[in-house]
Design a protein around this ligand. Structure first.
Ligand SMILES: C[S@@+](CC[C@H](N)C(=O)[O-])C[C@H]1O[C@@H](n2cnc3c(N)ncnc32)[C@H](O)[C@@H]1O
Length: 233
C-alpha cells in the first residue's frame, strides 16, 4: 500500500515538474579562458580576436619581458605552462627556424586553443613550435634538451617551503630538462594578494639547487623575473 502511494506521488511530481532547459553547449575556448582566469590574479593576455572581450586583466608588457630574456637564435626553449601562448610565439620568432620551442601545458583545453593558433596567421611563427601535454609531477621532456625554460605565472612555487611533493618533483623535472649551462627563467606576479615575497620564491629555487643569476623587478606590474642556473642538487 505504502509502495503504491509512493509510486502515485512520484508520478504526480513527475507530471508537475518544470521542463528542464537543454544544457548550454560548452565552448572549449571559453572554458580554457575561464580556467586561465581562475589562476589569480593576472591570468593571460587574450590577444586572439575571438577572446578579446575577455582581455580583462593587466599583465606585464610582453616586449619588456622578452627583452630581458637571455635568448639567442638556435636555442631550444621550453615554455612550461604555456597557457594560450602569451610568450610562445615571441619565443619562437626570437630563436628562429634553427631553434625550437616546446610549449608544455597540463591543460588539454589550452593546448586545443594553441593548436588553432598554430594555424592562424594572426600568430606568426617559423614553424618551430611543438605542443606537449605536461604532467603535474614532472616535465615530459628529454633530460638535458633545453637551453632555456620559461615558467611564467605558475604560482604554486610561492608556497614556502615548497609543497606538495608533486610540485617539488615537477620543478626537479624542469631542472633535469636543462642542458649544461641552461637557464630557468621564472616570471611571477608578486602583488599584495600573492601572499609571498621574492625572497620566498628565490629560497624555494635555492632549495631545489638553482642559483640565482639575475633579478629584474617589473615594478609597474608588481612582477619579478628571476634568471636561474641549475647548480648541484
Ligand atoms: C596562469 S597560466 C600562465 C600561462 C602563461 N605562461 C602566461 O604567462 O600567460 C598557468 C598555466 O600553467 C599550466 N600548468 C600548471 N601546472 C603545470 C604543470 N605541472 N605542467 C605544465 N603546465 C602547467 C596551467 O594549465 C596554465 O595554463
Amino acid at each position: 500500500m505504502i509502495a503504491l502511494l509512493g509510486l502515485l506521488l512520484g508520478l504526480l511530481l513527475a507530471c508537475t515538474a518544470e521542463p528542464q532547459p537543454a544544457p548550454e553547449p560548452v565552448d572549449p575556448h571559453q572554458e580554457a579562458v575561464e580556467r586561465l582566469l581562475a589562476f589569480p590574479p593576472q591570468a593571460s593576455a587574450f590577444e586572439d580576436p575571438r577572446l578579446r572581450s575577455l582581455e580583462l586583466v593587466r599583465h606585464e608588457d610582453r616586449a619588456q619581458v622578452m627583452a630581458l630574456l637571455p635568448l639567442e637564435a638556435g636555442m631550444r626553449v621550453a615554455d612550461v605552462g604555456c597557457g594560450i601562448g602569451r610568450f610562445t610565439f615571441d619565443l619562437a620568432r626570437s630563436v628562429g627556424p634553427a631553434g625550437s620551442v616546446q610549449a608544455v601545458d597540463v591543460d588539454s583545453l589550452v593546448l586545443e586553443v594553441m593548436r588553432d593558433r598554430l594555424q592562424d596567421p594572426a600568430f606568426p611563427h617559423p614553424g618551430n613550435i611543438t605542443l606537449v601535454l605536461g604532467q603535474q609531477d614532472g616535465l615530459p621532456l628529454e633530460p638535458g634538451s633545453v637551453d632555456l625554460a620559461l615558467l611564467a605565472h605558475l604560482d604554486f612555487h610561492l608556497v614556502r617551503p615548497l609543497a606538495p611533493p608533486h610540485h617539488v618533483d615537477f620543478l626537479r623535472g624542469v631542472g633535469r630538462s636543462l642542458a649544461p649551462g641552461g637557464r630557468l627563467v621564472v616570471l611571477q606576479w608578486l602583488g599584495a594578494r600573492a601572499g609571498a615575497t621574492v625572497e620566498d620564491l628565490a629560497a624555494n629555487y635555492r632549495d631545489l639547487g638553482f642559483e640565482l643569476e639575475v633579478r629584474h623587478d617589473l615594478e609597474e606590474h608588481g612582477s619579478v623575473l628571476l634568471i636561474l642556473r641549475r647548480g648541484q642538487e
